[in-house]
Ligand binder design. Structure first.
Ligand code: PLP
Length: 428
């Protein structure tokens, strides 16, 4: 494949945008080479500026669960745009998407819309602190909750990719209020609670981690956290920005049957537009301004275009719950095919998968937390990534990212992907 025009555009972009990108992982630092510039996309395929067609396994990092340029979302956007793009005043569509989301997700009464997953998580933690009157939070190493200060402590994916786990600019004061535990380690959480008795407002986590590759919660981990929160007056916050409306209509809460106190959303809930949201039962949500004392606001929050895209997406998922089964089957098929292909290579590897999230780690140990994920051989991953790209398969350009399947992928696409892997392993 030829990437001449992409490379030229990247060079130009670097002159005006730091690193040439508006979000770091896009820059290919972890895998080397120049990023691919996209011209357009449809269904499961990306078409780049050099005329290459790629099978897409990132789906804009998760949102496009039904594929690119999904017609009902486009139709909703076009008809909304003709009526104006933003008013800074209430619109009926905000209530429509809110009531639909509340009906799909277990245990929530009210939801507030923001513009990104970062904003959702940052606001959820402020709400948890305001509601409980406590300051500290527990997060897990390798979990990513957006780029707000409190979370940039061993934050997974982008932050880790760049070897700056603790970003300069985050003050010592802020870092002090964020306590860290290894993912899947209930004992460490129990110790932290004892060491900081009465000071912890919430425990925040990705109920299925997706920012250190895909890592499922160990048996009893989510239930154990729920019990510890109940016993110690701590709120449990599920960051479902990645898993919400992706693993099931009701997200990881539904899949694992464990209820969180506050849930955050992003990605799928916006149908490809910049949207985030956070939700909880009434007694917690009513603590937010204008009803309660915890302030949170946004000039473009709930704007009609974002809501139209999100509503069209949620309606499609609500109408066709069988999509989740279909996606899980496709992902299992891919898993099986990759397994056979990688086996031929003789290299150590681990494949993790939950629903339509999957990741390949070049290590022989089980991948259960950040430490085990970081043991993956990045040199092998680089060769794997570029080898697949040269064969027309677009994977996340970092070993710390989950792949996201979209329902526009056909079994023919999956076979092509598996065959590319067979072909590639001969060269590894
Ligand atoms: C992507 C992501 C975020 C941040 O969302 P943005 O829209 O990029 O700000 C937060 N939490 C998780 C789990 C994510 O995957």
């Amino acid at each position: 494949m030829i990437y001449k025009r992409s490379s030229a555009l990247f060079k130009e972009a670097q002159q005006y945008i730091p690193g040439g990108v508006n979000s770091p992982v896009r820059a290919f630092k972890a895998v080397g080479g120049d990023p691919v510039f996209i011209e357009h996309a449809k269904g499961a395929y990306l078409y780049d500026v050099d005329g290459n067609k790629l099978v897409d396994y990132i789906a804009s990092w998760g949102p496009l669960i039904l594929g690119h340029a999904y017609q009902p979302v486009l139709d909703a956007l076009i008809s909304k745009a003709e009526k104006g793009t933003s008013f800074g005043m209430p619109t009926q569509i905000e209530t429509e998407i809110a009531s639909l989301a509340v009906s799909m997700v277990p245990g929530i009464d009210k939801i507030r819309f923001v513009n990104s997953g970062t904003e959702a998580c940052m606001s959820a933690v402020r709400l948890a602190r305001g509601y409980t009157g406590k300051d500290k939070i527990i997060k897990f190493a390798g979990c990513y909750h957006g780029h707000s200060d409190s979370f940039l402590i061993e934050a997974g994916s982008g932050a880790v990719t760049f070897g700056v786990p603790n970003s300069p600019g985050v003050t010592a004061g802020t870092a002090r209020d964020t306590l860290l535990a290894p993912y899947n380690d209930l004992n460490r959480v129990r110790e932290l609670i004892l060491e900081n008795r009465g000071e912890i407002a919430c425990i925040i986590l990705e109920p299925v981690a997706g920012n250190m590759g895909c890592i499922p919660p160990a048996d009893g981990f989510l239930e154990g956290l729920r019990d510890l929160c109940n016993e110690n007056d701590i709120l449990l916050v599920f960051d479902e920005v990645m898993t919400g409306f992706r693993l099931a209509a009701g997200g990881a809460q539904e899949l694992y049957g464990v209820k969180a106190d506050i849930v955050t959303f992003g990605k799928v809930i916006g149908g490809g537009l910049p949207v985030g949201a956070f939700a909880a039962r009434n007694e917690i949500m009513d603590f937010l301004a204008p009803l309660g004392p915890v302030y949170q606001a946004g000039t473009l929050s709930g704007n009609p275009l974002a809501m139209a895209a999100g509503l069209a997406m949620l309606k499609a998922l609500d109408r066709s719950p069988e999509i989740y089964q279909s996606l899980a089957e496709k992902t299992a098929y891919l898993h099986n095919g990759l397994d056979l292909a990688l086996n031929e290579s003789g290299l150590p590897y681990v494949i993790n998968r939950v629903g339509s999230m999957i990741s390949v780690h070049f290590t022989k140990e089980e991948v259960i937390d950040f430490e085990s994920s970081a043991k993956g051989n990045n040199e092998t991953f680089k060769k794997f990534f570029h080898g697949m790209l040269n064969r027309g398969i677009y994977l996340p350009p970092s070993a710390f990212e989950s792949w996201f399947l979209n329902d526009a992928l056909t079994y023919k696409d999956l076979d092509m992907t598996i065959n590319a892997c067979h072909d590639l392993v001969k060269t590894l």
